[in-house]
Design a protein around this ligand. Sequence first.
Ligand SMILES: [Zn+2]
Length: 399
Amino acid sequence: MPPAPHSVRGPREDVLKSQIKLGTVFGVELGLHYSWLVIALLITFSLVAQFHSVNRNWSDVLVWGVAIITGILFFACLFAHELSHALVAKACGIPIHKITLFLLGGVAQIEKEASDARTEFWMAIVGPFTSGVLGLILLALAWVCGWAPRSQPATPGIALLVWLGYINLALGAFNMIPGFPLDGGRVLHAILWWIMDDAERSTRAAARVGQVIAVLFIGFGILQFFQGAGLGGLWLAFIGWFLLQAAGATYLQVQAGALLRGLRVKDLMSTDYTTVDPNTSLQQFVHEQLLRTGRRCFLVVQDSRLLGLITSNEVRTVEPQAWPDTTVGAVMRPADKLHFVSRDMPAMEALQIMRQEDVNQLPVMSDGRVDGIVTRAHVLQVLRSRAELNSPPTLPRAA
Ligand SMILES: [Zn+2]
């Protein structure tokens, strides 16, 4: 099975929330997305088949035991790879969210992009480097334990070390393919950035190369499938499809950044927001405000102090029978859990926060007062209008 890819920071991570939390290492939260279970099972089954073929005399219990331990260690190696990205990012002053393993590998959710080519380069290359070094250490260990290269491992322990060694080398090599947002694509991006001295143009170029490589992956995977490679071919095509999406999204994000350049939150925010008292019952709130005004978001305010925010999402968490006895204040999203933006924040940054936090609106605050509210729908509408005016007029089709 081809090794799983992963990216330092792709647009897809926005929707990738870790659902199973494992713990915290060096201040970085480690977690699993449910889709990880699929890859964990696939890897365990392929390891069982592999170890069965290595030595037919090993018992089923032994083979399964070694396969499961090897699988767990493989994911530990993947965490080590992602952690190396995260630690370099931290050393460069870039805040780190968490590391999540999912169907196609792992992602280090780093809060913002590198601000210069050098940081981007080191942040990207450290991952494949870590996997490569890990691979060499594991193979050296196997060799110390008596394994001769190109021979079948004699003991389950050696089989484990050899498989982990090769898979880490493969992981390092695979991720150096210059298909943005793979690590290699980010290294390419850093080099282009350094040569062109233009963050935007270099990202666009790297994303374009990434799209080409993704299409090659898909084509090659499908070809392999029809030549009898089975699941391996389809898997490669699937990875290609994922990369194509991610590269396309990055391209769009750069375009969006260019279109929104110069715009700040204060240019896009609406000062025409509605408020509700925290002691209002949900019943009254729904019938007198939510259903009448057609607005989606209400600020919960008492004595001109912002206490929180309520949308139909919060209302839906309560059964309608309980609405008369539940107050707005009991179900609102409290202010300490809300993200605020300032009037002078660039519009693109606000859009990114909404994506990251998966919210549709952000209150705009200055000096502890609410100035207005900025919504995702409005920002996207402005983006669309700007894109329409920037696009070249359509040419009449030749007869
Ligand atoms: Zn990586």
